[in-house]
Design a protein around this ligand. Structure first.
Ligand code: KG4
Ligand code: ZN
Length: 326
């Protein structure tokens, strides 16, 4: 079995996965959303302190599995420097205490493997990753052959939902609340401009849209307008992704396409991407809703592949790093 730890942002999670059967034997996540909600976003130092409390509590529950552990895996990059180090330090301690190899997992690869929890992998794959930290398209041939073909130049898709919710005083995380609010709104009411629509670049940008939404919120006489603003924002934020993917599909036809990351839980986005894929007869892969947002099961699933390839690191070379090369 492999024990895997995730602490890259505001979720403390540990999983135990069976190497042979890929079965998830244990998974527990303690989310910090309530603690960060009052600030309208994640406060890194508070997150680190909460990980230091939560991770040892979860680890206690894993004790019965200790004798069967063959490796310990941990998210090492990308993420918040002060929170990554909490998981990495714990993983190193377990590696020393149980004398088992250490595996450093890239969080973004973790999101890709959230598609394959308790399943066999299916490559090649074109992946749209939409999370709080990232908005990017990747061509994935294998665990070690991943090309990023488009990414955001500024804010991410999920982050723009968080910021719109913050401007409306709706707390954190913004994705689920904005999606809920948008359900009863008019998507055509506010004519926000689709970002980069005149640009030939295949890249994403959300800072301009965020500012346009800010102006609309400031102009709104009362909160009854918020549902239309939310609906129009969600519509344009999604139309931007669809427009750029359409452009990309002219160069590279999609065969199997996947959406991963916390914001892949958005049902409007899922429906629009389904429509986009129809003329291409491409298959759409999605993670189970419970594995879209950060979790340790996806880290464990990558770790199985890395264990089989003996991709271990020693205590000195495994460092937590806020930036990834992907
Ligand atoms: O993958 P994740 O849990 O953490 C990162 O790796 O960043 O993603 C969290 C992000 C947050 O920005 C959150 O607002 C967004 O995903 N999100 C959503 C939805 N659910 C979560 N965004 C849009 N619609 C949703 N339903
Ligand atoms: Zn994530």
């Amino acid at each position: 079995m492999i024990l895997s730890i995730e602490s890259s942002c505001d979720d403390s999670a540990i999983a135990i996965t069976d190497i042979k059967t890929k079965k998830l034997l244990f998974h527990k996540k303690i989310s910090q959303e309530l603690e960060h909600c009052v600030y309208g976003g994640v406060v890194p130092e508070l997150a680190a302190r909460l990980h230091a409390e939560a991770l040892p509590k979860i680890l206690q529950e894993c004790k019965p599995y200790f004798k069967d552990l063959k490796a310990v895996a941990v998210t090492s990059t990308p993420g918040l420097a002060v929170t990554l180090v909490e998981g990495v330090t714990m993983a190193k301690a377990i590696s020393i205490a149980l004398n088992i190899p250490l595996i450093g997992v890239n969080h973004l690869i973790g999101h890709i493997y959230s598609l394959f929890i308790e399943k066999e992998v299916l490559f090649p794959l074109t992946v749209l990753l939409v999370s709080g930290g990232h908005t990017q398209v990747m061509e994935v041939k294998s665990l070690i052959e991943i090309d990023t073909v488009a990414k955001s130049m500024d804010d991410s898709f999920g982050e723009s939902f968080d910021k719109v919710a913050k401007m409306m005083g709706l707390g954190y995380p913004g994705g689920p609340v904005i999606e809920e609010l948008a359900k009863n709104g008019d998507r055509k009411k506010y004519n926000f401009t689709i970002p980069l629509s005149q640009s030939p670049l295949i890249a994403f940008s959300y800072s301009g849209l965020k500012n346009a939404v800010r102006l609309a919120i400031e102009k709104a006489e009362d909160k009854s307008k918020y549902k239309d603003i939310a609906a129009s924002f969600e519509h344009i934020a999604t139309a931007h992704l669809v427009q750029k993917l359409k452009k990309y599909f002219k160069i590279t036809k999609p065969k199997t396409f996947a959406i991963v990351g916390g914001a892949s839980a958005n049902l409007y986005l899922r429906a629009q991407i389904e429509e986009l894929l129809k003329p291409h007869n491409a298959q759409l892969l999605l993670s189970e809703l419970k594995y879209c947002s950060d979790n340790a099961a996806m880290i464990g699933r990558v770790a199985i592949e890395m264990y089989e390839k003996k991709m271990f690191c020693d205590l000195d070379t495994l460092v937590s790093s806020p930036k990834s090369s992907l």
